[in-house]
Design a protein around this ligand. Structure first.
Ligand SMILES: [Fe+2]
Length: 226
């Protein structure tokens, strides 16, 4: 899948929880960043190697172990820590997510680049913009690359991330969704899980089918989400 010719955007479904990992980068330089590396690090690295891509960074949408690895329900999920043993790249995480990232993965501050909303990372000739979208977790973030939005567990095609977990905040999720709603309708939405009949859709299409995006005032949101 490629949104624009100069872009590399690959959506890879991975693991038993229908997660999506993404490769985002520049076709001309073949440099890529990996979003939410988890579950099968060897398979992902093989995928990168087979396409002659050069991995230059890892990006975390949020700290949950199904996205970046770590202990979950008594199991250890492979993730960024295992990637780091094989590829010396930094993990770009929102500054409010740093403690959670360290806790679940065991990595240190020096393995991370702490970013804030509006920061950007240039991969080859492609710019990836970081958007802070708290709600599912305090430091959840989305990545905007030209007319695509990698939306993690903030926005799914038919829903949004859970806001009843430790660190979740329903009110913040409301504001994050309002922010994402203001992006152009032709933005291609690339969620953190394959929870819908289609793996991706435009924001305009999501607005037609996603009941959470349809809620347009904070009071109504509070009634629905608590
Ligand atoms: Fe999550």
């Amino acid at each position: 899948m490629s949104a624009e010719n100069e872009l590399i955007i690959e959506q890879i479904e991975i693991g038993p929880m229908a997660n999506f990992t993404y490769l985002v980068g520049s076709r001309s330089t073949r440099k890529v960043a990996i979003v939410d590396p988890a579950w099968d690090i060897d398979g992902l690295l093989k995928h990168i190697e087979e396409r002659d891509y050069q991995l230059v960074a890892a990006l975390a949408t949020h700290y949950h172990p199904d996205h970046i690895g770590g202990g979950m329900r008594g199991h250890n999920i492979a993730g960024f820590a295992e990637l780091l043993e094989k590829q010396p790249v930094k993990l770009y995480a929102h500054k409010y997510e740093a403690d959670g990232v360290k806790k679940v993965t065991g990595i240190s501050d020096t393995d991370m680049v702490k970013v804030d909303s509006g920061d950007a990372l240039t991969v080859g000739d492609v710019e990836i913009e970081f958007l802070h979208t708290p709600g599912h977790t305090p430091g959840s973030q989305c990545f905007r690359v030209k007319n695509t939005l990698v939306s993690g567990d903030t926005l799914f095609i038919d829903g949004c991330g859970r806001v009843d977990l430790p660190g979740s905040d329903p009110a913040e999720m409301y504001h994050s969704l309002q922010k994402l709603k203001s992006l152009p309708d032709d933005t291609l939405l690339l969620p953190g899980h394959n929870y819908s009949a289609v793996p991706n859709a435009t924001l305009g299409e999501a607005k037609q089918r996603n009941a959470y995006l349809a809620i347009a005032d904070a009071a109504a949101w509070k009634q629905v989400m608590g």
